[in-house]
Design a protein around this ligand. Sequence first.
Ligand code: NAD
Ligand code: WQD
Length: 363
Amino acid sequence: MEIKKKIKQTWNNWRASNSDAVKILVTGGTGYIGSHTVVELQQAGFEVYIVDNLSNSNIDVLNGIEKITGKMPVFENIDCTDYVAMDRFLSKHEGIQAIIHFAASKAVGESVKKPLLYYRNNVVSLINQLELMSIHHIKGIVFSSSCTVYGQPDVLPVTEAAPRKTALSPYGNTKQICEDIIMDTIYSNDQLKSIILRYFNPIGAHPSAYIGELPNGVPNNLIPFVTQTAAGIRDELKVFGSDYNTPDGTCIRDYINVVDLAKAHVVAVQRMLENKTKKNVEIFNLGTGRGLSVMEIIKTFEKVNKVAVPHQIVEHREGDIEQVWADPTYANEELGWKAEESVEDTLKSAWKWQKYIMKKADK
Ligand code: NAD
Ligand code: WQD
């Protein structure tokens, strides 16, 4: 609490001496994590500019954001791999001070089938942002990385110092390549800064239920599958294996509330703009520090939402990691950020969101 107060105080002082609202570009800002981050940025007083090509999101998300904050962010439908369009956008909206770069393709299975799509989209998008930062005098970039870079860690909980393991998918490989590109670029140019955030498993929705995760087609991730099964859209949830070397035999992950995650981006941007970074590239794990099994998630979801999730144990899913959870100490102490929401409230928010989108679809 103390650290948080201090951060807020210094930030308020910094803003007072930089009277105009600070402009931030959020790429992929209509996506799941991006939209929640836009809300937190606006609520912290930033002026937010979104570019998104809507390849995995819906323009209606902007209305959800406006309903929560009362402010419609500036939005343009641009593909981040289009250098000329991005350059034009940044010239039109001059004065952007930092980028939060979410835009990427993220479906692990699809990346195995369409690797070049993933390498082009994720890597070229990042290179464009980095090149344009120097041209447009943008100081820093926050990058969405993933705990996928650790693979199955040798030691749990996993710290930022743990070695990265060979990626199990082209998607995972793009995150490692992007991290390397950032490091090489920032080391070659001491005017630029970056904070790389390695997310664990983001889940849940905004407590208002005006924004949340909108999976395209059949969900890949656990929670959208759980909520759709509870809602009767899917007959049953397949639990991928119950003979892992874990207490109940199902896989363990570190599930982090998406609003908590979004708040970490605000703190990261503030840290870069205030020149508080210890190094020009910093890496932080964003997780709760607590691992939960698939069965614990199902049982907790059923209990807090008083709804059944029919499920059946099936074979392992290829490429699944047995167990991984974060050591978030560095983020807690150095960023002054901590995951706060309980898994119970997070799973309630996921269910509230599922009901909200179904009600909306009925209208
Ligand atoms: P998302 O698909 O909901 O959001 C990504 C957004 O980027 C979408 O709105 C999509 O339309 C947009 N986009 C994709 N390619 C684009 C391009 N070339 N130009 C412009 N817009 C483009 O995904 P998310 O869950 O919000 O993830 C955001 C970021 O976090 C991604 O980089 C993802 O790899 C990373 N990440 C996500 C998770 C997770 O479990 N959700 C975990 C770790 C890391
Ligand atoms: C969680 C757990 C499954 C669905 C993926 C990406 C990773 C990162 C986050 C971006 C696992 C089990 C799931 C189902 C199940 N994304 N499960 N039945 O696999 O930890 O990570 O998303 O960077 O890169 O790989 O997340 O939500 O798919 O699975 O039993 O129908 O739920 O086996 O143990 P995962 P997930």
